[in-house]
Design a protein around this ligand. Structure first.
Ligand SMILES: Cc1cc2nc3c(=O)[nH]c(=O)nc-3n(C[C@H](O)[C@H](O)[C@H](O)COP(=O)(O)OP(=O)(O)OC[C@H]3O[C@@H](n4cnc5c(N)ncnc54)[C@H](O)[C@@H]3O)c2cc1C
Length: 382
């Protein structure tokens, strides 16, 4: 396997050579809270990366990936963030569904779907949450019934990120009537462009719409498009979540560092840096970033109990706090909209409120640590 340092140098050089011309204008665009920015252009960039073999780096070579280690992928994300390369559009396919299909899919499913995830021609959404099933995902009530050679799906998903741009959705649905909790669920691959699917964007605090309500009204998918055994979808759904591991965390921290430095720049220009309270908060923020980085480095190769939960708590709370400091730095100016639109810092403040909710809320992370890592008594379930 290629040396990590050699690979890192190759990635750096490739980005320097390719993030030019029309792509140079995309630097820094996209990401949570900013997905609306140059979406089509970022998709073209993502396809350009794919053509150079720079997507799906951890997938096995037999499935079109590079079979690279965590250290290689961290190096990639660090160089990617340093180059200020635009956020990719295919995260859910590349990082979540792809690895799930590789582990649990049939040969036909792999052949049908993996190449189009690799070359970014089919995009995916994640259909887990429902109005009555968020933290308590086992409460899913969307139903799926096998009728002839098709699954017929009825129900509603919510907060479905990027479904308005996706062609497909992986859906957790109740396929055994009367079943309860995590029993009797199936993991289905559902095409979104069909009469039985309605996608309604939800307007966020920022005024943009990154997530949606998705309604299934006799929506259909082929009987063969169940991943794993019918009725055993809970295990597959949980496996998908474990693939959401923080390989990109170290790269993400380079972006965070840039945001913090930008904010310090704003404070210096406006003079609020002379306020001791602001200086204190900015210094605390910098310290938090160092602690987050040290934890990510220390747990990169050595699995620690609860590390995903600790990592989620660290970055989500740090980033939400940064949004609050951004408002403190802006003072009264943060409350006005001179150009009629939110600026970078207002957007950061508003969207970072969701950091401690998505991917498992603060309370859920702490519950998992309490029960599974510390062995404290389990909470009563209704
Ligand atoms: C930006 C964003 C993008 C998202 N994208 C997707 C997506 O693409 N696909 C998808 O399926 N979902 C998505 N979600 C949904 C996300 O997974 C849920 O919001 C999350 O699981 C919380 O569920 P909920 O919103 O129903 O809140 P609830 O589960 O109703 O929780 C409400 C509050 O109660 C607390 N709480 C709940 N249970 C407990 C407990 N047992 N102990 C202590 N406190 C508890 C929670 O921490 C929270 O503060 C997204 C959410 C956001 C914010």
């Amino acid at each position: 396997m290629i040396e990590v340092q050699t690979f890192r140098a190759e990635v750096r050089q490739w980005l320097a050579d390719n993030l030019v011309g029309e792509f140079a204008a995309l630097k820094g665009l996209g990401g949570p809270g900013r997905e609306h920015e140059a979406y089509e252009e970022r998709r073209a960039w993502n396809q350009h990366l794919a053509a150079a073999g720079l997507t799906c780096l951890g997938w096995p070579e037999e499935h079109g990936g590079r079979g690279l280690s965590v250290a290689h992928r961290v190096a990639f994300y660090e160089e990617y963030a340093k180059a200020d390369a635009p956020d990719k559009v295919n995260h859910l396919g590349e990082e979540l569904l792809g690895p799930t299909l590789i582990a649990y899919g049939t040969e036909e499913q792999k052949k049908r779907f993996l190449p189009n995830i690799l070359n970014v021609t089919e995009l995916w959404a994640q259909g887990y949450s429902e109005p009555g099933a968020g933290s308590d995902l086992a409460n899913v009530s969307t139903s799926a019934e096998l009728v002839g050679d098709e699954w017929v799906i009825n129900g509603q998903k919510v907060w479905t990120s990027l479904a308005h741009w996706a062609q497909w959705c992986f859906v957790v649905a109740r396929s055994e009537k009367g079943s309860k909790r995590h029993h009797g669920l199936s993991y289905l691959l559902v095409p979104l462009d069909q009469p039985g699917v309605e996608i309604r964007p939800i307007v966020q605090l920022t005024g943009d719409s990154e997530f949606n309500e998705v309604f299934f009204d006799d929506a259909r998918c082929d009987a063969s498009l169940v991943v794993g055994e019918p009725g055993q979808g809970w295990g597959v759904a949980m496996a998908t979540l474990t693939f959401e591991r923080g390989v990109s965390t170290l790269g993400q921290q380079i972006r965070y560092k840039r945001e913090l430095e930008g904010l310090i720049g704003v404070a210096k220009t406006s003079g609020v840096i002379d306020d001791p309270l602001i200086r204190h908060k900015l210094t605390e923020s910098w310290t938090g970033l160092q602690a987050m980085r040290s934890y990510a480095m220390a747990t990169m190769d050595v699995e620690q109990p609860g590390q995903d939960n600790v990592s989620k708590l660290l970055w989500a709370n740090w980033h939400r706090e940064l949004g609050e400091i951004a408002m403190d730095v802006q003072g009264m100016a943060g409350l006005t909209l001179p150009g009629g639109e939110f600026d970078e810092w207002q957007r950061l403040y508003l969207f970072s409120r969701s950091d401690t909710i998505y991917g498992g809320s603060n309370e859920i992370q702490r519950n998992i640590i309490a029960e599974r890592v510390l062995g404290l008594p389990r909470e009563a379930k209704g």
